[in-house]
Design a protein around this ligand. Structure first.
Ligand code: HEM
Length: 140
């Protein structure tokens, strides 16, 4: 069980590294001058590799090992249901970042850098704090 939990946490950290870094790349990408083709193409490559090469595998493996702990080892409680609800919000946010990635890929980004500075923190940070509190303290 310890190995499954360790892998769950390792992939959660991998996923979270991307959840915080991808919007940061979007901030700089949105600040690029329209004629800076070299810079724009570099950001597209970095965003694509981060989302498909690191974040999405991290997300899938976090969920797989999490479900293994929950359903396989039967570790559950009210806290797990609340945690799962928050994780569903996080999964929707992950998909939304994929849509923003596609908009940048097709040069049809509609937001300025200030918007991406806000989504750099919300909702990932409050959910991280709430989920870790729930799973460590198990308040209900
Ligand atoms: C569908 C997704 C997920 C499921 C089903 C799930 C389920 C679980 C379960 C059953 C445990 C074991 C708790 C224990 O042994 O006391 C656990 C541990 C943990 N989970 Fe998740 N989890 C999921 C996603 C996440 C996410 C997204 C995060 C971070 C934001 C996270 C953070 C943690 C942490 C930090 C632990 C270790 C807690 C400890 O050692 O006491 N999990 N998870």
């Amino acid at each position: 069980m310890l190995t499954v939990k360790s892998l769950h946490i390792i992939f959660m950290v991998t996923w979270y590294a991307g959840l915080f870094y991808l919007p940061r790349l979007f901030v700089y990408h949105a600040m690029c001058a329209p004629d800076d083709r070299v810079g724009i193409e570099r950001f597209k490559t970095m965003e694509r590799k981060l989302y498909y090469g690191i974040m999405t595998p991290g997300m899938v493996l976090t969920v797989v090992f999490g479900l293994w702990l929950w359903l396989g080892y039967g570790i559950t409680g009210g806290w797990m249901h609340a945690k799962f609800a928050l994780v569903l919000v996080l999964l929707a946010y992950h998909v939304y970042l994929g849509k923003l990635l596609a908009a940048f890929r097709d040069d049809r980004n509609a937001h300025g850098h200030v918007f991406y500075r806000w989504i750099n923190e919300i909702p990932a940070l409050p959910i991280l704090v709430a989920v870790v509190f729930l799973v460590v303290m198990k308040p209900f």
